[in-house]
Design a binder for this molecule. Sequence first.
Ligand code: MG
Length: 390
Amino acid sequence: MKGISILGSTGSIGCNTLKVIEHLGGFRVVAMAAGSNVEKLAEQVAKFGPELVSVDTEENAEKLARELSAAGTKRPKILFGSDGLIAVSTHSDAETVVSATVGAVGFVPTLRAIEAGKRIALANKETLVMAGELMTAAAAKSGAEILPVDSEHNAIHQCLRGEKILEVTRLILTASGGPFREKSSDEIAAATREQALNHPNWSMGDKITIDSATLMNKGLEVIEARWLFGFDADQISVIVHPQSVVHSMVEMVDGSVIAQLGVTDMKHPIQYALTYPERQAGCLKSLDFAKISQLTFEEPDLDRFPCLGLAYTALRTGGSMPAVLNAANEVAVESFLNGKIGLADIAAVNKGVMDDHTTTLADSLDAVLNADAWARSRAIMKIERSAAAV
Ligand code: MG
């Protein structure tokens, strides 16, 4: 039995990971960390029997202990906060760590798991955006393998199998275009929370769904691709493909393009990351090509979706700028979800914070965390000022 730790077990990727593990067999969940969804975590503990669990606060740790006792479930060791997350990510029996927390909170625990030489099934793209240089250097030193769970990067990983990297000229990330693909700038600016959370193809958590609506998600994925595969900004392009059947492509030096296709279900990339380099029979339906009437492709519109352009700017600037963009965006998305700002304001906040930032190196944990903290407070200040001005 292979030991697995899951960071973010009650989220969308975490729940799908547990479904994949149930289907595959041969894996044992040794540790899991969640935020505040104690009820769901209690169910997962009863079903999978991990040795260690962690939640966000001491209060929720006590609540979990009470729930488990009331249900007669054998109690694992219960921790909380960032120390708890790190204990889960570095558990000695875990060969693989599924990094699926949302946002910057997963950064240090994932880095510690990389330093410990574990296989990382990486769903948390924010960690690589913040500190790609640091994480890839740590992986090179410890020999940790980083396998992308993000569907586009997982597709590229599959397309690159057996290829010589020097013969690859371009990575082509596909984007669904989100719910506002055909909407005007005015309609996007007036979009409600419900409209923005209504993704046409993928079922995901709130933060990534909003990022998909602004195309920030694709921008973060461009930066993620740079660190996972070592290509420059000029060699990573984005094409809008509304059907989300082609999950991404690579172009070879002879002009050949290799694509990976499949159903839109995150269980597929999760399973690939867990079983690699083997492939096993999955629990998903086959693609029915007769039912796919067309596959279409179009250029992304950077005027209506400026967040994508901001990501390219951050990547080309380098240093602390990607971490700054990521942090500003996390604050702005949360403010949008709380009704404090409009959808188009997310790009305005991100751009404003980037414009105010003096880029520094991002070659140490402190440098990355400082840039992250600076950008968060700057974004909060901008959002509060604009609210005061209304
Ligand atoms: Mg993706």
